[in-house]
Write a protein that binds this ligand. Structure first.
Ligand code: ZN
Length: 279
């Protein structure tokens, strides 16, 4: 854990500061809300999640992987290979497990209750990366634990993946405008701000795409990718939760325990080439 606190925190805080400055100077999508009001709401919503992540979730996952060094359960304990190769395999498979987890968050109504809080943000920027309901984190303990066991991931890979995951989470939510050519090239491998911006659209068909976390190829592999949407056309949020005055800190924390409104939209959509990124 001291590794995470010393290096992980330093890396993640560094990335946060850089992305915050970049998205201020080079803005990708127009804001519809007051920036500072959102910063306060998103950070306050994140406090219970942060506490759980640091004091329960990460220690538990590392403990499980440590225990598993004795049990020797899971894929990576079944074959002999250099440690580096095993680490890469664990990293890639952990990312795949989270792609599946993200789909479940959207498809299973009980899980959507919690993930919805993240999607109700009417703007998308680096602070959205912290806007997760703590219930979603508690639910993920079982899934992530099972994935670590099945993969046979080492404690080090659990920690390293966690740091990479948080870094990717900040990057893809940021409202930073990269040069189009650079982003298009980067997106062949990684999830980028334009790609993830489409996932936060008020159009159901767009939200139901781009579930990947670090590597973008999971969406390509399963044909859940949708890139041909211009960023200027995206309206961010959930259509039935678009009243800013309703989205207070108290209401957001309570939201999973209320009656969840059905997603409604009227527009008919045309289809183009889903594999081509748009500006
Ligand atoms: Zn989502």
């Amino acid at each position: 854990m001291s590794f995470f606190d010393t290096y992980g925190t330093a890396i993640l805080v560094g990335i946060f500061i850089l992305l915050f400055i970049f998205e201020t100077k080079f803005q990708l999508r127009k804001r519809v809300q007051n920036r500072w009001k959102r910063i306060i709401i998103n950070f306050l919503v994140s406090i219970p999640s942060f506490a759980l992540l640091r004091f329960l979730f990460i220690p538990l996952m590392v403990w499980l992987a440590l225990k598993n060094e004795q049990w020797q359960f899971g894929l990576n304990y079944l074959y002999n290979a250099p440690i580096l190769l095993k680490s890469v395999i664990a990293f890639v498979l952990l990312d795949y497990s989270l792609y599946i987890w993200h789909i479940l968050l959207h498809k299973i109504p009980f899980m959507w209750r919690f993930h919805l809080v993240h999607h109700t943000d009417l703007d998308l920027d680096i602070t959205t990366a912290f806007r997760f309901h703590f219930g979603e984190l508690i639910g993920s303990v079982f899934f992530r634990g099972a994935a670590i066991l099945l993969i046979g991931a080492s404690p080090w890979m659990v920690l390293i993946y966690e740091i990479a995951f948080e870094a990717a989470n900040q990057f893809q939510h940021s409202n930073m405008k990269l040069t189009f050519r650079f982003e298009k090239a980067l997106n062949k491998i990684l999830v980028t701000p334009r790609m993830h911006g489409i996932h936060h659209s008020m159009k159901k068909r767009e939200t139901d795409s781009n579930f990947s976390i670090i590597f973008s190829f999971w969406d390509r592999l399963h044909n859940t990718i949708r890139l041909n949407i211009r960023q200027g056309e995206i309206v961010t949020g959930v259509p039935v939760y678009d009243d800013e005055t309703e989205l207070t800190i108290g209401n957001l924390l309570k939201l999973p325990f209320t009656r969840i409104r059905e997603w409604k939209e009227s527009e008919r959509l045309e289809d183009g080439d889903k594999n081509e990124l748009e500006r």
